[in-house]
Design a protein around this ligand. Structure first.
Ligand code: HSE
Length: 441
């Protein structure tokens, strides 16, 4: 049986251009392999030059998104506008107009997923969003369908290509933060507003979507703990390397006895950790299931071609009739689930690396260690480094590595340390994250 799909696309930026290119280059091969005929009928962008540059014929382009959303001759709308205001409106209208929706918009789904999925179910249409998480890696397919037999105990991922690129380039090539960020922007990995990448929000959006699929619950985005990489410095990465650690921005979803622990933060992982070798704009995701054990997914998590590859996969899945059935069946499970409980961040028990910028004066080290001791935190190492080049000699970095400690105590200690006169900037803290137990209960 042949399956033709008439497609409208809104947003012809980095990913949209990739979709146009793949459909042109691979359409007939996809049809040969799958029996799905994907026909790009209309493309909208407020900047029609972008559509023209992607090679779309004049008669297929418009600057008016409603000509895609309202068109009676389309089966599916691909939303690649980004953001959560106009995009939400477009998606809801497209569903109401009887179109399936494919979107790469993780912010939209993390904040408004519940409303959008309910609207899709109401109109008996589907929302496919493989491209929203981890770019070209088919992680949603894997977690939702491939691992469905399992109770997932944890999902740990490097989910932001921009941050991973910055951290790798700083650690491996000695580049500055600003230089590496500019390169990520140039390469098309970064969000339009790269603040969302570096402050951890983009990772959190993806984590919320993946956790909701892994655990079969609706995740409240506001309950995620989010920290980014903006406060990290080359000297932190170097100190980690001296101790055998690599620094990664991790999205962590753990099922714990006190609820879901959902958090995004920089983490030191040992060099032999499953995620440690992941460099550049690549993403990597470890998922731990009670039957399957540890599974690991790896690939390019950002950029035009990998993300467009996932968009096209969703289009084929809709064309062959699979996605609408899967969407309806699996989403209804979440609707019946009780809202999850969330484990407070203070209950974490980890080891911590801390950098303090302190005045170089006798007795300072003793004051600092006393505060940690009074908070029942045992220290593994305290090292004073040379000041960073050009910083003058008066303020020096002191690096502290703790034993396993409760995060609540750690926060109290750091608040106290930060109030010391001799501490000249807010402490930088990096959690040390071990490989998750393969068959956690
Ligand atoms: N800006 C994202 C990243 C790519 O750097 O990973 C799209 O999700």
């Amino acid at each position: 049986m042949g399956a033709g799909l008439r497609i409208g696309l809104i947003g012809c930026g980095t990913v949209g251009r990739g979709v146009v290119e793949i459909l042109a280059a691979e359409g007939s091969e996809i049809a040969r392999k799958t029996s799905a005929t994907l026909e790009l009928v209309r493309v909208a962008d407020t900047d029609t030059d972008k559509i023209r540059q992607a090679g779309v014929p004049e008669q297929c382009m418009t600057s008016d998104a409603s000509e895609v959303i309202e068109a009676p001759d389309l089966d599916v709308v691909v939303e690649l506008v980004g953001g959560t205001t106009v995009a939400r409106e477009f998606v809801l209208k497209a569903l109401a107009a009887g179109k399936h929706v494919v979107t790469a918009n993780k912010a939209l789904l993390a904040h408004h997923g519940k409303e959008i999925y309910a609207e899709a179910v109401r109109h008996r249409r589907c929302v496919a969003f493989e491209s929203s998480c981890a770019g070209g890696i088919p992680i949603i397919l894997a977690v939702r369908q491939g691992l469905v037999a399992n109770r997932i105990s944890a999902l740990h991922g490097i989910l932001n290509g921009t941050c991973n690129y910055i951290l790798s380039e700083m650690a491996d090539k000695g580049k500055s933060y600003a230089e590496a960020l500019a390169e990520a922007q140039e390469a098309g990995f970064a969000e339009v507003d790269p603040t969302l990448d570096v402050n951890g929000t983009d990772t959190a959006h993806k984590l919320a979507i993946l956790a909701s699929i892994a655990f079969g619950v609706d995740v409240d985005f506001d309950r995620l703990h989010i920290e980014g990489i903006e406060h990290l410095d080359a000297q932190d990465l170097a100190a980690g390397q001296e101790m055998g650690y690599v620094c990664k921005l991790l999205g962590i979803a753990d099922r714990t006895p006190s609820g879901l622990s959902l958090r995004v933060h920089p983490a030191f992982v040992r060099e032999d950790h499953a995620l440690a070798g992941n460099r550049g704009s690549f993403n990597a995701v470890s998922v731990y299931g009670n039957w399957v054990g540890h599974t690991l997914y790896y690939g390019r998590g950002a950029g035009s071609r990998p993300t467009a590859s996932a968009v096209v996969a969703d289009l084929v899945d809709i064309a062959v009739g699979n996605q609408p059935r899967v969407f309806e069946a699996y989403r209804n499970l979440n609707d019946k689930a009780a809202p999850p409980t969330y484990a407070p961040i203070d209950q974490l028990e980890l080891r911590y690396y801390v950098r303090l910028m302190v005045v170089d004066r006798p007795g300072v080290m003793a004051q600092i260690t006393r505060i940690f001791g009074e908070n029942a935190i045992s220290l593994r190492a305290v090292v004073q480094h040379e000041p960073p080049e050009g910083a003058g000699g008066e303020v020096v970095p002191v690096m502290v590595l703790t034993d396993v400690a409760a995060e609540g105590r750690m926060r109290s200690a750091l608040a106290e340390v930060a109030r010391m006169d001799v501490v000249k900037s807010p402490p930088v803290m990096i959690r040390v994250v071990s490989e998750h137990e393969e068959y956690a209960s």
